[in-house]
Design a protein around this ligand. Structure first.
Ligand SMILES: [Zn+2]
Length: 416
């Protein structure tokens, strides 16, 4: 099993042929993760294979002679990083308010910090963490070519589109179509797919958003959009003012408020009909969540980035109540201490505490990620290789509400 601290008994030919691996949560990729469950492995002859997965007590009773390994916290297929920016992997961690962070990203790019070298470092970090499925926002054609032709990677490379000036919508759209026409031939079956990422509903004009959504639907291109990351987005869209307008003044000179919420605005433009995955979606109202549920959109939750940038707390319980699928993403290294969705899962457990069921968070990290990216979700059944499962860090039991509050405060303090 991947990620196991101690050597498998399969290395010792005199050892037992079977082992029982217990964990607080065990997930086989089907249905919901199980609590207090275990995996029965046939470890000899190599390679080790799954015999069955079930309740720990029942398996102990049924196989009393099988040795029990030390308990893990989670045993599950590898999780998915559904949102990151690999080309920002050289950016130092930059805590601060959203507007300051956007400024830091722009400065880092102007200084030449973005690009293929940084993306290679990000890819190496993902590989070291055992992550092979990713949703990446791409701003460099060399990175796009690299991801689309990567032999071991799955997911979506979303080409980022910016353009707040409606007068430039046609030119920006034509340039985007040209990129799609050039790079689509690099897609391979089972490999990374090409997608589009209109940056946000305030940095991409309404006519450009409309064109991109229609094009994505016609071409079958996946979409990913940042929305509701900063509280200032709501007053900006509703009335055209507020802190975001003041901070981004010249860039938003031609922005006209729709009077709606950002999500309502996307719905009105026909963007939700293209079923984009929406990243962050922290600052939403109940009507937004209902619209996302009706449209079948997956929301990507980035808890450590939200904590570091003071974005607020993702309304996990509201999304759960409305049955919206949630995935986990790290966002970039500029706002996240690692690119590992396992770390993101642990942070989410700590931040949401008793407000979120850890089994649901685990579902989000694995199945929600595959749903967001349209990749094939894993299924671990009898006879599957043990390597189809990874064992996530051992550790303390699920936190109490008080411990979760402490962990949230730690994360906001910048430690992550
Ligand atoms: Zn992002």
């Amino acid at each position: 099993m991947k990620g196991s601290a101690d050597a498998p008994a399969s290395a010792d030919t005199r050892g037992p042929a079977r082992e029982l691996w217990p964990a607080d949560l065990v997930y086989d990729g089907l249905g919901r993760p199980r609590k207090d469950a275990a995996v029965l492995l046939q470890v000899r002859p190599a390679p080790a294979r799954v015999v069955t997965i079930g309740a720990l007590d029942a398996l102990r009773a049924e196989y009393p002679a099988v040795p029990v390994r030390p308990a893990r916290r989670v045993i599950a297929p590898a999780p998915v990083n559904a949102h990151t920016h690999l080309d920002l992997s050289h950016m130092p961690l930059s805590p601060g308010a959203y507007v300051d962070f956007v400024g830091a990203v722009i400065a880092h790019g102007r200084a030449g910090g973005r690009g293929l070298e940084a993306a290679e470092q990000g890819l190496a970090e993902l590989a070291a963490a055992g992550i092979d499925t990713v949703g990446d926002i791409v701003t460099d054609e060399r990175v796009l070519a690299r991801l689309l032709s990567h032999p071991g990677l799955h997911g979506v490379a979303y080409w980022e589109v910016l353009g707040a000036d409606p007068d430039e919508a046609e030119a920006r759209f034509e340039a985007t179509v040209a990129v799609v026409r050039r790079f689509r031939p690099l897609e391979r079956p089972g490999g990374v797919r090409l997608g589009l990422s209109p940056h946000t509903p305030h940095t991409v004009s309404a006519p450009l958003l409309r064109k991109l959504a229609a094009f994505a639907r016609a071409e079958g291109l996946p979409l990913q959009i940042h929305v509701g990351e900063d509280p200032g987005e709501l007053p900006l869209h509703r009335s055209g003012d507020g802190p975001l307008r003041e901070a981004m003044g010249p860039f938003l000179a031609k922005f006209r408020p729709s009077g709606r919420t950002p999500v309502g605005f996307l719905d009105e433009l026909g963007v939700l009909a293209a079923r984009p995955t929406l990243v962050h979606a922290v600052h939403v109202v109940d009507d937004d969540i209902r619209r996302l549920q009706r449209a079948g959109c997956v929301v990507v939750h980035c808890p450590r980035s939200n904590a570091l940038l003071g974005s607020g707390t993702f309304p996990w319980a509201d999304y759960a109540r409305h049955g919206v699928s949630v995935a986990l993403g790290t966002d970039s290294r500029g706002s996240s201490p690692s690119l590992s969705p396992v770390d993101e899962f642990r942070a989410a457990v700590a931040i949401h505490g008793v407000a979120a069921d850890p089994a649901q968070l685990l579902w989000a990290a694995v199945k929600g990620g595959h749903r967001a990216l349209g990749t094939r979700p894993p299924r671990v059944v009898r006879g599957s290789p043990a390597d189809a499962l990874s064992s996530w860090p051992e550790g303390a039991p699920w936190p109490s509400a008080a411990a979760a509050a402490d962990a949230g405060a730690d994360a906001r303090g910048g430690g992550g």
